[in-house]
Write a protein that binds this ligand. Structure first.
Ligand code: THU
Length: 128
């Protein structure tokens, strides 16, 4: 796991440079790791029709799922600001649907927090 975390953090930082924060100016990078060690990166991509903008972690998740990745173990989310960037509520719910056991890795300038998704989303919506 420590090695995975290092790879994930590095990949999420690299993804920052592909971000298109044309309206907010706020860059976010993400990287998710599957059970087989494959990594998928994402960045936030904004659009003039603002509601079409997508979060970095959502891009990484969709890339992983659409390439058949399973058993998603951890996702790192990095902000260019150097501050801890918690995933938004919608992305928490989305992650829960596909990877309820996933670890959330949050690097900042001074630390790396590793949390369980369940800590961030204790009462997810479940259709039942
Ligand atoms: N953003 C993310 O990429 N992930 C989040 O969890 C929260 C927000 C992006 C969306 C938007 O492009 C920018 O950050 C500022 O809101």
């Amino acid at each position: 796991m420590p090695q995975d975390i290092e790879r994930l953090v590095k990949a999420s930082k690299e993804a920052l440079s592909f971000s298109r924060p044309v309206y907010s100016g706020f860059r976010v990078g993400a990287a998710v790791i599957a059970h087989d060690g494959r990594l998928f990166t994402g960045c936030n991509l904004e659009n003039a029709s603002l509601t079409l903008s997508v979060c970095a972690e959502r891009v990484a998740l969709m890339k992983a799922l659409s390439e058949g990745a399973t058993g998603l173990r951890a996702i790192a989310i990095t902000c260019a600001s150097g501050k801890t960037c918690y995933p938004c509520g919608s992305c928490r719910q989305l992650l829960f649907e596909y990877a309820p056991e996933i670890k959330i890795v949050l690097p900042s300038r001074s630390s790396i927090k590793v949390l369980d998704l369940k800590e961030l989303l204790p009462m997810p919506f479940i259709k039942k």
